[in-house]
Design a binder for this molecule. Structure first.
Ligand code: HPA
Length: 285
């Protein structure tokens, strides 16, 4: 039998929901947003109803990474009630996969319909440049193939099936909406496959050539576990990568976290335009 932090029961999850309900009252978030490295400034755009420091929430996986503020912001953005995670926890920080997926479980029990996940990613596709946005159309669950799946353990039957389908992990209608918003705003929006690795070391040139061959367009250290938990519970998903650096396919350049955070500053205004448009059009998608 698995116990927390390797596995969270419905009771564990609902205990967190109770704590949050004390702060937000009857506020009902419709969408959850997870903001990736260097993208946390987006949360400042919401008209906040409540801001909850992550460390005050029992069992919550608090991010230890610079660029992840560690707050939950509940509020209105483009007239939609949202719950924003400013800072996510990653497997490489020492958290279990169950902990990495826990915030999405809490979002589901709070009643969200849709999860919008964002991340900073390295470009494997040679046509992508730092500062570009990529709509995630599918993912390569390389950590999961290695055995690290957030759904490991007893299935939470109240939330979803033992063997959830992943044939359309990223919602097609929401992808269409994101493309339309980008077109109307004159924003370049690539589409592609996001590959998730465990990190925290960046890839070797050989890793990156492998990723290119198997069909990855971008690579990062997050997102996929959260998307799997979301889809298990029937939550719709929209995923956007902010490209922070080019893949170092020939070993001629180095990749740093500072570079990732600096690219975030270029990406944030574009991502904000895109997400505001998606939220405006959401009720029709
Ligand atoms: N590799 C993995 N994760 C990343 C990268 C990268 O190049 N850039 C931002 N996150």
């Amino acid at each position: 039998m698995l116990h927390k932090p390797d596995f969270f029961t419905l009771e564990d999850i609902d205990a967190i929901v109770q704590v949050l309900r004390q702060q937000i009252g009857t506020f009902q978030p419709r969408l959850g947003l997870i903001l990736g490295s260097g993208l946390g400034a987006l949360a400042d755009e919401a008209e906040a109803v409540a801001v909850v420091p992550a460390h005050e929430i029992p069992d919550w996986p608090v991010s230890t990474v610079p660029g992840h503020a560690g707050r939950l912001v509940f509020g209105m953005l483009e007239a939609q009630p949202v719950m924003i995670l400013q800072g996510r926890a990653h497997y490489y920080e020492g958290y279990t996969m169950a902990q990495v997926g826990l915030p999405v479980r809490v979002m589901q029990r709070l009643g969200i319909e849709t999860l919008i996940v964002t991340n900073a990613a390295g470009a494997v596709n040679p046509d992508f440049n730092p500062g570009d946005l990529m709509l995630i159309t599918d993912h390569l669950n390389l950590i999961g193939m290695g055995g690290l799946n957030p759904l490991r353990g007893p299935n939470l039957d109240a939330l979803g099936p033992r063997f959830p389908d992943m044939s359309q992990a990223y919602d097609r209608a929401l992808q269409g909406l994101a493309r339309q918003v980008a077109r109307e705003a004159g924003l370049l929006l690539h589409s592609g496959v996001y590959a998730s690795l465990a990190g925290p070391s960046f890839e070797t040139p050989a890793d990156l050539r492998f990723l290119r061959v198997v069909g990855a367009d971008a690579v990062g250290m997050s997102t996929v576990p959260e998307v799997i938990v979301a889809r298990h519970g029937g939550t719709r998903v929209l995923g956007i990568s902010g490209i922070s650096n080019k893949a170092n396919l020939d070993g001629s350049t180095v990749t740093t976290h500072e570079e990732v955070l600096a690219a975030g500053q270029v990406i944030v205004p574009k991502l904000l335009t895109l997400l505001r448009g998606v939220l405006r059009g959401y009720s029709q998608a």
